[in-house]
Design a protein around this ligand. Structure first.
Ligand code: NDP
Ligand code: A1CAB
Length: 266
């Protein structure tokens, strides 16, 4: 029998997970229930056959796997409310919530539950996320199910929990960093002659192609750069100017600042 999935918190991420699981054929819509307080925004999923409700208890009672996708400050109250309905022999919990640790969930629910933490990014909406996952108390079947689930939504990597904050920065914040890089290229592209739409297409597809080169050939970025940089050419001139202006250094500092923010705030 197919495993039932409850998504508690049908916002950006929760809805994108439901959408991706249906589009990929991982499970049928009737095996998914998704919740939020104001369910009007979930109508498109309801029309596809997903069960939609504002009753978290009802959702949990239906499910085997419970994906927690609310904001960090909401989870404590929700788990305390759901505790009587959660059974460690039936339910596997999967939290995508930033900065909520296995020990935080265990403090509320006790020691016995199988828990996963997963850190996707917003490209999950088009099944192109990288999702970093860590496991706690999980058996092979549960690990396979959760790995398969997120593999439908992009790529996955299993990591130790101590790296989850770093995964949040590199994987989830990383989408925003990449967007800024692309935006800056668009601004430069317009200054050298392109209209905004054409500059956007060229900049985005160039970044996509560069990423695909690394993912398919498993080369180091510097090997690919060597192929572009003609001696005395324009690429190396531009790259060196970017470095003189602190390009790599500013990115590294930004990554470390995001990391420090998570570690000190949460
Ligand atoms: N955005 C990102 O790039 C990433 C986010 N995350 C994490 O994922 C989590 C969700 O993020 P995101 O989807 O962007 O946030 P959203 O605010 O879009 O989604 C959270 C949803 O939870 C719902 N909600 C609030 N209270 C309840 C409740 N009591 N019961 C059921 N649902 C409730 C809200 O809807 P309503 O108000 O109608 O109830 C809202 O739609 C966060 O913890 C975030 O840290 C992780 C990786 C990446
Ligand atoms: O900015 C944030 O805090 C969250 C975590 C990862 C993406 N967005």
């Amino acid at each position: 029998m197919s495993k039932k999935i409850a998504i508690i918190g049908g916002g950006n991420l929760g809805s994108a997970i439901a959408e991706g699981l249906i589009n990929s054929g991982f499970t049928k819509p009737e095996n998914i229930v998704i919740t939020k307080r104001n369910i009007v925004t979930l109508q498109p999923l309801e029309e596809k056959g997903v069960m939609v409700t504002n009753d978290n208890k009802k959702a949990v009672e239906f499910a085997d796997y419970v994906i927690l996708a609310v904001k960090p400050f909401q989870i404590k109250e929700i788990l305390e409310y759901l505790k009587p309905s959660l059974d460690p022999k039936k339910h596997v919990l999967v939290s995508v919530i930033t900065g909520i640790w296995v020990k935080d969930i265990k403090e509320i629910l006790g020691e016995e539950f199988t828990l996963f933490r997963a850190m996707p990014n917003t490209a999950i909406a088009i099944q192109q996320s990288i999702t970093c996952i860590c496991k706690h108390n999980a058996n092979e079947e549960q690990i396979k199910f959760v790995g398969d689930l997120f593999n439908q939504l992009g790529k996955t990597v299993f990591i130790e929990e101590k790296l989850m904050d770093a995964a949040t920065v590199l994987g989830a914040c990383g989408t925003a960093y990449a967007m800024r890089y692309i935006r800056a290229n668009i601004q430069g592209g317009i200054e050298i002659g392109f209209d905004a739409a054409t500059a956007s297409l060229i900049a985005a597809q160039t970044v996509k192609g560069a990423a695909e080169l690394l993912l398919t050939k498993h080369t180091h970025p510097e090997q690919e750069i060597d192929k572009v940089t003609t001696p005395k050419g324009c690429t190396i001139a531009g790259l060196n100017e970017m470095e003189h202006q602190g390009f790599s250094s500013s990115l590294i500092k930004g990554v470390v600042t995001s990391y420090k923010k998570i570690v000190t705030d949460m």
